[in-house]
Design a protein around this ligand. Structure first.
Ligand code: ATP
Ligand code: FE2
Length: 330
C-alpha cells in the first residue's frame, strides 16, 4: 500500500510518500518547503499563500523522488488537526482535489500523533512516552486506554516559538533554535533563570522575560545566556517527561518536533533514561521536524483500522486536542 501524505499545520508545506511493505514503514519521498521571514512573526494569510504557491512543485518533486505517479498511489492523507486555520485549509484542499480527481480514498490525521507514530515506526520504539517539543507545541504524550493522553504540556506557548522570539530580539534571525544551540556550546558560566514546572506542566513566558532583561543589562555574554537557557528549559522538559514515564511505567522515551534536533536535549534525554533503566529514541532530523511522511504513515495506520473520509466531510480542526482522537489502530 502506497500513501501520499500532506503536511500543512504551520510554516512547513510537506508531501511524503510512504509504502507499507511487509508490515513496515518505508519512506519513498519526504519533500518540503518552509515559509521564512527575516524579521517579525508569521502572518497566517501569508503562510497560507506560500503553501498555495509551492504545493504543485512539492507534490511533483515527491512523486519524482518516489519514482511513482498518481495512479500508483492508494491513499491520500492530510494533517487535519491541530494547527493554523488558514494553512490547514490549504493542505486539506490539495488533498481533497487529488482524491477527487484521481478517485483515491482520503483520511485526515492528527499532526501530534503523527510525530509519535513515525518515531515509533522508524526507531522501533514499541510503546514510548513522546516528548514533543516544536515551534507551536510542547507536550508529553503517551498511550493509555485507546487514546494518546497528554501527561504534561506548556501552559503558555511552544518552546520553539520562545527560542525563535528571543533569537529574533537579539538579532540572531530565524530559526532561532539552532543558533542558540551553537552559541550555547561556547557558554561557560551557568546563570540562574526561573525554573517553571507546575505539576506536570511547564511554562516559559516568565523565563524568557527574565532572560531578555538579563540580556539588556549587558552584564552577561550571549553564549552564557544561551547555555543557561538550554540547561534550564530542557531540564524542565526532561523532568516532566520522566514523571510521565514513572507514572505510566513506560521504558521508552521518544523525542519529536524541531526542538528535538537539539543535541543537548538528546543528551539529557539519554542520561535521564539511562538512570532509570529506560531508552531514549529519536528519528533522523527530516522526521523530527514537520514533514509529510509522518502524515502519510499515520494515514496508512488509520485507513487500515477502517477510518476514511468522504470528500464532503473532509474538514480541518485547528484546536482539536491529541486526547480527543480514538486510537483504533493500536
Ligand atoms: P509545530 O510542529 O508545532 O506545528 P513548527 O512548524 O514550528 O511547529 P517544527 O518544524 O517541528 O515545527 O520545529 C521548528 C522549531 O524547532 C523552531 O522553533 C526551531 O527554532 C526549532 N529548532 C530547530 N532546530 C533546533 C535545534 N537544534 N535546537 C533547538 N531548537 C531547534
Ligand atoms: Fe510538528
Amino acid at each position: 500500500m502506497l500513501c501520499l501524505g500532506i503536511e500543512s499545520t504551520a510554516h512547513t508545506f510537506g508531501v511524503g510518500i510512504v509504502a507499507l511493505k511487509k508490515g513496515k514503514c518505508v519512506v519513498l519521498a519526504n519533500e518540503k518547503d518552509l515559509f521564512r521571514t527575516e524579521k517579525g512573526g508569521f502572518i497566517p494569510a501569508e503562510v497560507a499563500k506560500h503553501h498555495v504557491e509551492v504545493c504543485d512543485v512539492i507534490l511533483k518533486r515527491a512523486l519524482e523522488k518516489a519514482n511513482v505517479n498518481m495512479r500508483d498511489i492508494d491513499l491520500i492523507s492530510y494533517s487535519q488537526s491541530p494547527g493554523i486555520g488558514t494553512t490547514l485549509e490549504v493542505g486539506c484542499n490539495v488533498a481533497k482535489s487529488i482524491a477527487l480527481i484521481f478517485r483515491k480514498p482520503l483520511v485526515g490525521v492528527n499532526h501530534c500523533i503523527a510525530h509519535l507514530e513515525i518515531g515509533r515506526a522508524l526507531c522501533k520504539a514499541k510503546d514510548p512516552v513522546l516528548l514533543y517539543a516544536s515551534g507551536a507545541n510542547t507536550q508529553v504524550i503517551a498511550y493509555e486506554g485507546k487514546k494518546y493522553r497528554i501527561f504534561g504540556e506548556t501552559l503558555d506557548g511552544g518552546i520553539g516559538n520562545y527560542l525563535d522570539k528571543f533569537a529574533r530580539e537579539i538579532g540572531l534571525g530565524f530559526p532561532g533554535g539552532p543558533k542558540i544551540e551553537q552559541l550555547a556550546l561556547q557558554g561557560k558560566k551557568f546563570i540562574s533563570l526561573p525554573y517553571s514546572v507546575k505539576g506536570m506542566d511547564v511554562s516559559f513566558g516568565g523565563i524568557f522575560t527574565n532572560l531578555k532583561q538579563k540580556y539588556d543589562t549587558k552584564k552577561f555574554t550571549t553564549e552564557d545566556l544561551c547555555f543557561s537557557l538550554q540547561e534550564t528549559v530542557f531540564a524542565m522538559l526532561i523532568e516532566v517527561a520522566e514523571r510521565a514515564m514513572a507514572h505510566t511505567g513506560k521504558k521508552e522515551l521518544l523525542l519529536g518536533g524541531g526542538v528535538a534536533c537539539n543535541k543537548r536535549l538528546q543528551e539529557m534525554a539519554t542520561l535521564m533514561c539511562k538512570e532509570r533503566g529506560a531508552k531514549a529514541y529519536w528519528p533522523e532530523q527530516q522526521f523530527l521536524v514537520d514533514n509529510g511522511a509522518m502524515i502519510a504513515w499515520l494515514g496508512i495506520l488509520s485507513f487500515k483500522a477502517g477510518n476514511r473520509l468522504e470528500i464532503k466531510d473532509a474538514d480541518t480542526n485547528p484546536y482539536l486536542r491529541t486526547d480527543q482522537i480514538i486510537v483504533n489502530w493500536r
